[in-house]
Design a binder for this molecule. Sequence first.
Ligand code: S3P
Length: 438
Amino acid sequence: MSQPLSAVPTRALAGTIRVPGDKSISHRALILGALATGRTRITGLLEAEDVLATAKAVVALGAQIRHVDGGVEVTGQGVGGLRAPMEDLDFGNSGTGSRLMLGVVAGHDMEARFTGDASLCRRPMARVLRPLQRMGLAIDDDARTTLPLTVRGTPDLVPIVYASPVASAQVKSAVLLAGLHAPGRTTVIEPLASRDHTERMLTHFGAEISVKDEDDGRRAVTVRGDAELGGTSIAIPGDPSSAAFAIAAGLICEGSDIVLDCVLMNPTRAGFIETVREMGGDVELLDLRLQGGEPAADLRVRAGALRGVDVPASRAPSMIDEYPVLAVLAAFADGETRLRGLAELRVKESDRLAATAAGLLACGVETSIEGDDLILVGKGSVPGGGVVETHMDHRIAMAFLTLGLGAEQPVAVDDVGMIATSFPAFVPLMTKLGAQFR
Ligand code: S3P
């Protein structure tokens, strides 16, 4: 049953919150913990549905996970040491969990059936299957490119050099994780650098990784195979993609002054804050530090006037999940905003390009799509008053609830159930800052 919710125009958000742990790093901590020998201790793990689906999958493959004082402990089986699952691996809504785990299963002598919810079963899997098949993964039906899928891995994977046509951290990670099990070196070349958490964390677990940046923006990442990973400790900072909603609300709700504690500041995830600053947004970085091998900072956000912006396609990988909320923010700016090169948004949890444009139109914002660009005209304020269709997409739901907080009239979204996939505490944390929902 769908759960509709409305956000009510709110002034002057105030206070300090800590957004939950980064989703990308949380998936990887569980997966690498399962592939390591010995115990990995994780603090700050995001306990949301997407990550819990990955946790369930690694347990089905023979790793152990338990809550210990203030954190989670994973007992791994060593690279190549997982066992065939007795049940389907159901990844729910999670593209990251399913794609990364295809890379893991590829290197094991086992058969596994991968499945997920209606949204995940529509998403393209060929982007990971293609390179993994070259390495030796077999698929029950070669013609299938969506879940559900039954695959067979092999302990005799072949290392490859893979030039990926898309800048996708999921593709890169799936191939690198498979490469751990192959003899020799496996390289992924991406057209633009995508988030680098897998490389950073593999290094932290003891794998040998090398990275080469080309002048044209391409990045080559190489892992040495037949690797051994050792259990370790990981402290996960707050998710910048979740923080983006609170940042946007703090910028558009007049009189706001809020602080977000310990947000991940990895440069491959920094596109949103870079763009917000170009728009004139007041986001101050306090106490930039390293946490668990990743940069993190506290962010102070104050409301103020924003101007429209032209965002180049080359910035997309560093803010790919933030476009719906960035478009919302641009609706409150003065002047035209053009967000370029958003083809990848069409294959996220929903067609986010279409869903964002439709949501903006429903809220009275002049919006159009030209090719893969989203164009909108900000007038400093937004009428609101609309009902927005979320299409089973957590980020569409949170982006338009955020819009409602700053608009002239309340904004309703048709279903908030999916918010639990990435940010279950969204409503209570925003309420703590003074936001109102009904
Ligand atoms: C993610 C990579 C991105 C992003 C997703 C998380 C990851 O997807 O949209 O939410 O953790 O690797 P792509 O790899 O498809 O760009």
